[in-house]
Ligand binder design. Structure first.
Ligand code: F6P
Length: 375
């Protein structure tokens, strides 16, 4: 008889499509296969700290397989090992409140935790495992920047949004003989821009991993114009930067573990290009959080179901401090210490470790088909 009778599950960090599908798979596997009870903490670690939870059942997780967002809600501000709060003067201070969470788990008779999240959320999962909590991670992020994961869930749904957006700006670029820039997410990783641009048939793709020279982009546009191809579509990653410059920061979120929010390079590039193109119009569209929302695509529904179910199986096989993943096409668990590094407890790993290889297969394929990286 296993000692696991009650499992806690949570979704932390920024959301992405597919979180509900994982919550459902965890719940159904725990109930159907192991006869376990399942508790869902609200707003990630915030709920674990505040004892805010609901019981999850086959009934209240029915019909959420395809739904974007998360019925458990998310927070990306609650690192309980370095908890941000405002003191009496309104200044942000930090303290370690992880013991409160450990006590809450004991009081609720929760024997194991499934944590669904990106690098920040999984770093805390690693740190709870260090404190003796039985915990398994499920990696999520549209950025696809987690090491030891072929593809993170949410990524493929986001690519569908990008591909569709490229199609849409292409037709209006054609009608008006314009340059259309599409800014996409990804933080410091270019997978979304690369795969989205490739599948949409962009003419230029700008990535954090390949700093660009604006004059090369101007050259591409002029060469296309000379051939009668007056529409040019550029997909730019929010983390892309020029060879002699830096990323564009949209805002600083002071009480978040990762304070920097990127954004704005599309608009900046549009004005710079217009100034260099002598009359040709350039427009920019930032598709932002549309990439994180909406119905989960078929591939992600299936991936989420596999990972959620695998997470529960892994717990019952005695795993803890591990992440479930499909890596090199093999379903497996990998130690969170290995995925995120063995940094100090409470220090959030910034992730972004699974980057685009500038000399890799996908970049080469794009170059073969005439796509420029502005380098
Ligand atoms: O990590 C996922 C992600 O969507 C990034 O691509 C993006 O930079 C960031 O989160 C946006 O975060 P927020 O939801 O705080 O705007």
């Amino acid at each position: 008889m296993s000692e696991i009778k009650r499992i806690g599950v949570m979704t932390g960090g920024g959301d992405c499509s597919g979180l509900n599908a994982v919550v459902r798979a965890v719940t159904l596997t725990a109930i159907n296969k192991y006869g376990c009870e399942v508790i869902g903490f609200k707003k990630g670690y915030a709920g674990l700290y505040a004892n805010d939870y609901i019981e999850l059942t086959a009934e209240n997780t029915a019909n959420i397989l395809n739904q974007g967002g998360t019925i458990l809600k998310n927070s990306n501000k609650d690192n309980l090992f370095n908890y941000a709060y405002r003191d009496e003067n309104g200044n942000i201070q930090h303290k370690d409140v992880s013991d409160v969470a450990v006590q809450n788990l004991k009081d609720l008779n929760i024997d194991a935790l499934v944590v669904i999240g990106g690098d920040g959320t999984l770093t805390s999962a690693r740190d709870f495992a260090r404190k003796g909590v039985k915990v398994i991670g499920v990696p999520k992020t549209i950025d696809n920047d987690v090491s030891y994961a072929d593809i993170t869930f949410g990524f493929t749904t986001a690519l569908g949004v990008i591909c569709n957006a490229v199609d849409r700006v292409r037709t209006t670029a054609y009608s008006h003989d314009r340059v259309q820039i599409l800014e996409v997410m990804g933080r410091n990783c270019g997978w979304l821009a690369l795969e989205g641009g490739l599948s949409g048939g962009a003419d230029v793709i700008l990535l954090p991993e390949i700093p660009y020279d604006i004059n090369k982009i101007v050259e591409v546009i002029k060469n296309r114009d000379a051939k009668g191809l007056y529409d040019t579509v550029i997909v730019v990653s929010e983390g892309a930067k020029p060879k002699d410059g830096d990323v564009v920061i949209k805002k600083i979120v002071a009480d978040s573990a990762d304070t920097v929010r990127l954004g704005g390079i599309g608009d900046q590039l549009a004005s710079q290009l217009e100034a260099l193109l002598g009359g040709k119009e350039v427009r920019a569209t930032n598709i932002g959080h549309t990439q994180r929302g909406g119905e989960t695509c078929q591939y992600d529904r299936s991936l989420c179901t596999k990972l959620g179910s695998l997470a529960v199986d892994a717990l019952f096989e005695g795993c803890s401090g591990e992440m479930v993943t499909i890596y090199n096409a093999v379903p497996q668990t990998v130690s969170l210490e290995k995925v995120l590094g063995s940094g100090a407890t409470g220090e959030t790993s910034k992730g972004g470790s699974h980057n685009v290889d500038p000399n890799g297969f996908v970049v080469k394929t794009a170059r073969n088909t005439g796509i420029s990286f502005g380098d």
